[in-house]
Design a protein around this ligand. Structure first.
Ligand SMILES: [Zn+2]
Length: 263
């Protein structure tokens, strides 16, 4: 049940979103967790809980050097991760964010998650900062293909065009974000946003914390929806301490007026 204070906060956030044309939603692992996707380092879809080996170190296994030096070993981890998120479906928060961005063409969704759930919810204006686990690319010739699942894929897939090894097009440990995602983000940040809302970001999201801090410093209103502690909290003007599913539903149900037309 909502307390009065929480209810007033939801009203305030709904009112702010109602009057905003350019909105940036930044989503993290919390949004995927509501779909039952395991998370790792705050990135939804980069999870691996299936190993019984106490010496199994996911951080080491997902390092980009493993992919470079021993693709077969790297692919064992990718297959496990993909299997764990294969049956997950977009949840209510994915659907509501997608509908909001469709109704308001100035609204964007920036996600750190690689499970593709925002894409499956047909989210327009989507920036997948860390890529997507099911986007495959050849390390040699530029061949690429997006697959629905890894079912039927070889243990270590090879490029049908040149025979070299294929990898998921997502940021591994030690790699920067996806280049065109960064370019799209920089372009939209230059155009400016009326409000930036951080939804389900983790305690391990320094990039997001920096982005929100810079936004706040410019005087742009910032919102955070997150039930726990996070590195983002200090940079949020308004903070809803609830899960993304609960917070998004509570706020969006209060938004009755039609969205303003985008330029
Ligand atoms: Zn190739």
């Amino acid at each position: 049940m909502e307390t009065n204070a929480l209810s007033e906060l939801c009203n305030a956030v709904a009112s702010l979103l109602n009057s905003s044309r350019r909105v940036l939603f930044i989503t993290g692992a919390g949004v995927s967790a509501d779909s039952g996707v395991p998370t790792y380092r705050g990135v939804g879809g980069l999870g691996c809980h299936a190993s019984d080996d106490p010496l199994f170190d996911i951080e080491r296994e997902l390092d980009f050097e493993v992919m470079t030096l021993d693709p077969t070993r790297a692919w064992r981890t990718f297959h496990t991760m993909e299997r764990e998120s294969r049956d997950a479906a977009p949840n209510d928060a994915h659907a509501r964010l997608s509908a909001f961005c469709r109704a308001r063409p100035g609204a964007w969704t920036l996600t750190r998650n690689v499970d593709g759930l925002h894409r499956r919810a047909d989210t327009p204006n989507l920036i997948e900062l860390n890529g997507n686990l099911r986007d495959l690319e050849c390390i040699g010739c530029g061949w690429h293909e997006s697959v629905v699942s890894f079912e039927g894929l070889e243990a270590t897939p090879q490029c049908p065009s040149c025979g070299r090894v294929v990898r998921p097009r997502c940021s591994l440990v030690g790699e920067p974000p996806i280049e065109e995602a960064m370019l799209a983000l920089e372009r939209e940040l230059k155009r400016g946003f009326d409000v930036v809302a951080c939804v389900g970001a983790s305690s391990n999201a320094s990039f997001v914390a920096d982005l929100l801090g810079e936004t706040q410093a410019r005087g742009t209103p910032t919102i955070e929806i997150n039930p726990g502690e996070s590195v983002v909290a200090h940079a949020a003007h308004m903070r809803l301490p609830v899960t993304p599913a609960v917070g998004i539903a509570s706020v969006f149900e209060r938004m009755k007026t039609p969205p303003p037309h985008a330029a």
